[in-house]
Write a protein that binds this ligand. Structure first.
Ligand SMILES: [Zn+2]
Ligand SMILES: [Zn+2]
Length: 357
């Protein structure tokens, strides 16, 4: 049994990759196209065995070489050594550039439930980056003209998807103020109210990234992903991309999911309370029912660039094209703009003064 999966073209024997435009496997050399399902046989060994005893649940079947912390794989095509990191699940052979998938990283307990296949390719990521740069007045000129992207890669990022019913009981204190007056006095009447809202709110597939090296905030800013495009996981989708397996457990990730679910529940409930001049939350209890975590791989294009020894990371949602990342600001340009605005402002002030005089 080989540790690496490679997908060979039945027509010419070259490596085939998942094609984002066709949403199918396609040979880049002879254009032979075939269905992802045709490769199902290769994933047979990934299936979780049915007889799993409770107490052995966390016993991952770990390959000997991996247990020793050695992540060396041998390329099926050229025999070259591919050195992976602990989390590397799909990469390219550094010698022959063939796409490879490390089967053991997605086997048994590590098998993802779902994958959202890449919808957008490398060119789309580049175009989105250029669009991101355009119209940014404060961007240092050299950043634009040098136009260097150190690295651009499509990576399947591990995500935990949390689904639960939030059962909430929240109380508020509210006031309403009325004013009236008679011939002698002005009256202010403040009425105090105790308000309570209780009920349930359902959450489906709240994503939290399960990767240590991915910045949580950057990944969250790529949302939303459209879960209706998610399909059952198959390794073939990974061919031609990078992929990481999770290294943050669902337990650890659930803390962030809980925070998000609590905050969303509180803000939804808050929106149902109207008509008070002041409102403060007095108590809030949110408990989760039917909490469930699923494991999925979501598509992300990552772009790295360096400017003045500083690293800039941009990311694009590989499904929707949403592009995020901070650009450097040219201090000089900032000062010129500020001066210009100040000029316009004082000109306007002069004009208004004339108007009133
Ligand atoms: Zn071919
Ligand atoms: Zn190779």
């Amino acid at each position: 049994m080989s540790q690496l999966l490679e997908y060979k073209c039945p027509g010419c024997g070259a490596s085939v990759e998942f094609n984002t435009k066709e949403q199918n496997m396609k040979c880049p050399y002879c254009d032979t196209e075939f269905d992802v399902d045709a490769l199902d046989g290769l994933d047979e060994e990934l299936k979780t065995k049915d007889d799993r005893m409770e107490w052995s649940k966390n016993d991952e079947v770990i390959d000997d070489t991996e247990a020793q912390g050695i992540n060396i794989f041998v390329c099926n095509s050229c025999g070259g050594e591919i050195v992976g990191e602990d989390v590397t699940g799909a990469t390219f052979c550094p010698f022959c550039d063939n796409p490879v998938v490390m089967k053991s990283r997605f086997a048994g307990e590590l098998k993802p439930d779902y994958v959202i296949p890449f919808k957008l390719d490398r060119d789309a990521a580049k175009a989105a980056y250029m669009k991101h740069l355009s119209g940014k007045k404060l961007l240092p000129k050299v950043f634009r003209t040098e136009n260097h992207i150190d690295e651009i890669k499509g990576i399947y990022v591990p995500f935990w998807l949390f689904s639960a019913t939030a059962d909430a009981d929240i109380t508020y204190r509210g006031t309403r103020t009325r004013f009236h007056s008679d011939s002698k006095y002005n009256y202010t009447v403040t009425s105090h109210y105790a308000i309570r809202r209780a009920g349930k709110l359902g959450f489906r597939n709240v994503p939290v990234d399960g990767s240590v090296r991915m910045d949580n905030d950057l990944m969250e800013s790529l949302e939303p992903y459209n879960f209706s495009d998610a399909v059952d996981f198959k390794t073939a989708y990974l061919s031609g991309f990078f992929a990481d397996k999770y290294d943050v457990s669902s337990q650890e990730s659930s803390l962030r999911a809980n925070e998000r679910i609590k905050a969303s529940t509180e803000s939804e409930f808050r929106r149902t309370v109207h008509g008070y001049s002041t409102l403060v939350t007095q108590s809030s209890g949110v408990s989760l029912e039917d909490a469930q975590a699923k494991y999925a791989l979501y598509p992300v294009w990552l772009l790295n660039t360096t400017w003045k020894d500083k690293k800039y990371v941009f990311a694009m949602n590989g499904q929707t094209g949403k592009f995020v990342g901070n650009l450097p600001i040219d201090r000089g340009a900032w000062a010129r703009w500020f001066a210009l605005f100040a000029g316009i402002f004082s000109a306007a002030a002069v004009l208004i003064m004339h108007f009133f005089l």
